[in-house]
Ligand binder design. Structure first.
Ligand code: SF4
Ligand code: SF4
Length: 361
């Protein structure tokens, strides 16, 4: 409920727009109504009844990547995207969400079913082991958009002598981040409860999707859902077995792009950089990196609501490697690979898993 964020909404509503310069959506749209302060002011007015939410007014809540950069620059640590995701739930409850997100839950479940089938077609059935203690969960964007990376990840585990990781046997391939981000909270809660039950059957689960690692670790508990398994990102796990990976340096130079949920939200900065350093002579840093890294534009369902904005954000992120004449960008998130890759044209954008796999001896 927006009432839970009364203080945060009021702080932003009366703020002299101190974080406006960092919002990727505001910068791409060049529209005052989608800077963080204005989106929060709309939430403030919706909460106190100054405006009654229409689809037009509510639309600004959906112009947020969930990147967290405004929070990083805020003296008061206001969690703007968390509040805006709550405002999205208010919009959904009143039936004024954007048209592209109507029936979103039905499409989420349909996509999930399709991806469960696709996953079983991607890898041999012997990777699904019922009694396994450690499982790998590739996540929806990896299965959908970078399907080869599923087998590549399993190959890396094998190359390091890790034979105890099974693919998570489940009829749910997603942790539910898209439902949370879309404001479909009752459906999200249901998926969280179901997924928690499945995850808790393992000791450790290795996920490829940073947004779902964040969602399971930090959003599930806010919905009263707890997972007993240790949930880690694949870059964190690979980092622990990297000394056993038979890889050689195959790339002269590559920029490393911090995915927002892996970096700012989970604080995982060094493991993917160390992995990239194993196979890349020079791992280059964007001017804005780590805590202050710019978003790729792919988060928060912005590609669904405003695809051109998502592309413009990605193009802006790639300006730096383009100008430096470096043709490789490596990251650790299938959503970033997808969104940057679409904007990349001559740029090769790839997941750390792909880069390591290519460099196996
Ligand atoms: S997040 Fe902080 S800096 Fe940004 S508008 Fe709100 S109060 Fe101001
Ligand atoms: S979380 Fe990112 S996209 Fe959302 S308002 Fe803040 S800076 Fe903008």
């Amino acid at each position: 409920m927006l009432d839970d964020f009364e203080k945060e909404l009021a702080y932003c509503a009366y703020c002299p727009k101190l974080c406006r310069h960092v919002c990727p959506v505001g910068n791409a749209e060049r529209r005052e109504s989608v800077i963080p302060q204005a989106k929060m002011a709309m939430g403030h007015m919706a909460r106190n009844g100054t405006v009654s939410l229409t689809e037009d007014y509510a639309s600004v809540f959906f112009y947020c990547n969930g990147c967290g950069l405004c929070t990083e620059f805020c003296e008061h640590d206001i969690p703007v995207s968390e509040v805006l995701f709550e405002a999205r739930a208010e919009a959904v409850a009143r039936g004024v969400q954007p048209k592209t997100l109507q029936n979103f839950a039905d499409r989420f479940y349909a996509r999930n079913e399709r991806l469960v089938r696709k996953l079983h077609g991607l890898v041999d059935e012997h990777y699904f082991v019922e009694e396994a203690q450690v499982a790998y969960m590739p996540g929806c964007d990896l299965i959908d958009d970078s399907p080869d990376d599923v087998q590549k990840t399993l190959d890396l585990f094998a190359a390091a002598g890790v034979d105890y990781v099974s693919i998570m046997e489940s009829d749910l391939v997603c942790g539910g981040y898209p439902l949370w981000a879309a404001g479909y909270q009752s459906e999200f809660r249901h998926v969280a409860e179901e997924q928690a039950r499945r995850l808790s059957g393992y000791r450790k689960v290795i996920l490829a999707c940073p947004a779902c690692v964040y969602t399971i670790r930090h959003v599930y508990p806010k919905f009263g859902v707890n997972v007993t398994a240790e949930v880690v990102h694949v870059s964190e796990f690979l980092d622990t077995i990297a000394h056993r990976l038979p890889v050689k340096q195959t790339v002269q130079a590559a920029y490393y792009h911090d995915p927002c949920y892996l970096g700012r939200w989970l604080g995982v900065y060094e493991p993917p950089r160390r992995l990239a350093g194993l196979v890349t002579r020079k791992v280059l840093e964007f001017a804005h990196n780590r805590e202050q890294a710019d978003c790729c534009g792919g988060g928060g369902l912005v590609p669904d609501v405003a695809p051109q904005t998502a592309s413009a954000i990605a193009e802006r992120r790639l300006e730096e490697p383009n100008q430096a004449g470096v043709g490789v960008v490596v990251t650790a998130c299938a959503t970033c690979v997808k969104n940057l890759g679409r904007a990349g044209r001559d740029m090769e954008v790839l997941d750390i898993v792909s880069l390591l796999h290519r460099s196996l001896e």
